[in-house]
Design a protein around this ligand. Structure first.
Ligand code: FES
Ligand code: FES
Length: 164
């Protein structure tokens, strides 16, 4: 089948693709976006999380036949040129990354949360990342990183609003 979608702001035309090819394989193997990680491969660990139309989804469970017309953002798509996203910086600054395997998925789940709830409570943060398993860094640092990023986004937004 032919699939047209948008990945990280670029229109992508996938020709002769099997309808049951998984999004994670399209991203990693066809588009060489290796930031998205595979853990369990069955929707349990969240390592493969990406944004689809702004919502966090497990890319190991999304198939090519579900992609037409949709917008996908991967961890690579959060970069603004050479500049890391606020969330990416905050994870580093708050010691929320050790081996880093869960981090892309964790950050994208956090991004989806902050796009809908800009100033979340700890409980809302824990709920948003409940489908993302981290085996090493500890969830307290991750929650702290997301909280701190939320404050920084709010400051940035208020500065931008003042400039307008
Ligand atoms: S690899 Fe997709 S949820 Fe674990
Ligand atoms: S930092 Fe290693 S799994 Fe989360």
């Amino acid at each position: 089948m032919i699939v047209n979608c948008n990945v990280n702001g670029k229109n992508i035309n996938l020709t002769s693709i099997a309808p049951d090819r998984r999004l994670i394989d399209i991203l990693r193997e066809d588009l060489l976006l290796k930031g998205t990680k595979e853990g369990c491969g069955e929707g349990e660990c969240g390592a493969c999380t990406v944004l689809m139309d702004g919502k966090a989804v497990n890319s190991c469970l999304i198939l090519a036949c579900q992609l037409n017309g949709h917008e996908i953002i991967t961890i690579e798509g959060l970069m603004q040129g050479d500049e890391m996203d606020v969330l990416q910086k905050s994870f580093i600054e708050n010691g929320a990354i050790q081996c880093g395997y869960c981090s892309p998925g964790m950050i994208l789940s956090a991004k989806a949360l902050l796009m809908t709830i800009p100033d979340p409570t700890d409980e809302e943060i824990r709920n948003a990342i409940s489908g993302n398993i981290c085996r090493c860094s500890g969830y307290n640092q991750i929650v702290r990183a997301i909280k701190s990023a939320s404050k920084e986004y709010l400051v940035k937004k208020s500065n931008n609003d003042k400039d307008e």
